[in-house]
Design a protein around this ligand. Sequence first.
Ligand SMILES: C[S@@+](CC[C@H](N)C(=O)[O-])C[C@H]1O[C@@H](n2cnc3c(N)ncnc32)[C@H](O)[C@@H]1O
Length: 276
Amino acid sequence: MQMTESTLSFTNKNHLVTESYKTEDKLNVRILTHRLYTQPKVDFVEWVLDKVEWRGNETAVDIGCGSGNYVAAGQTRCQTYIAGDLSFGMVQALSHPNLPRLNMDAQQIPLASSSVDVVLANHMLYHVPDKEAALREVKRVLRPGGWLVAATNSAGNMAELFSLRRQAMQRLNIPINPVLEKSPVADLFSLENGRSILKNYFRHIQRHDLAGALVFPAPQPVLDYIASTRDVLETFLPSVTWDMLYSQLQALLAEHFASHDEFRVNKLGGVFICYP
Ligand SMILES: C[S@@+](CC[C@H](N)C(=O)[O-])C[C@H]1O[C@@H](n2cnc3c(N)ncnc32)[C@H](O)[C@@H]1O
């Protein structure tokens, strides 16, 4: 796989914990955007967790919990829910009282072997530089009969948003890096290549897909969503400022909304449920 500045910033620990996920703000913009503008209205977290047959007495560990999107729904399904993340800022900001929490790296999970029934690794494996190490660790901490729940996106997810970004860059004569043509998860851990990565560690793998769309009624939430990834995008802006790119995005969206009532971004997400 071609390693570029962008893919490096996508998996670089220092960039992740000091920029992308230092605090929960940027991630929460994206989570809220999906909640507000996705059609049809499906609660993705509930949809994912319903793919597992919970007994109710499990210990589950969420190994890239972010701002705690899965915590409340997870706690209602199991006995003990442990929230972990690489970013200390994320773990510290979790507001759930009495929640066991770990500032941890998925490549070295600080739990005993065979100590949990469920590992949740949702929308995070694409950030892990050594996925093989992380999956070895997941398998080590799982008890016999346990599962891994690994949600991610399709390589073709949100193509219209990438296209908008590319058009804005073209207007500024920024050379288009091929990585910008597709979702950054495409080569890292996507619905399409996930099974081939997981199959060395799990014998039974189910893939569930959920298609939908973000339907934006106005430009601002589109701009806010793109701005929430500014730290990664700026690695592609050697010769222009962020404000110049933002102005081009505003102009493109104004042109679009002059003749359309909405801006539609197709989505394909899903989850792998894996049994060793
Ligand atoms: C896109 S967010 C997903 C958060 C949450 N799982 C969700 O679905 O809403 C990715 C999270 O993974 C965390 N992360 C990235 N690399 C990690 C690693 N090696 N170990 C643990 N967490 C990691 C980031 O800090 C971030 O909070």
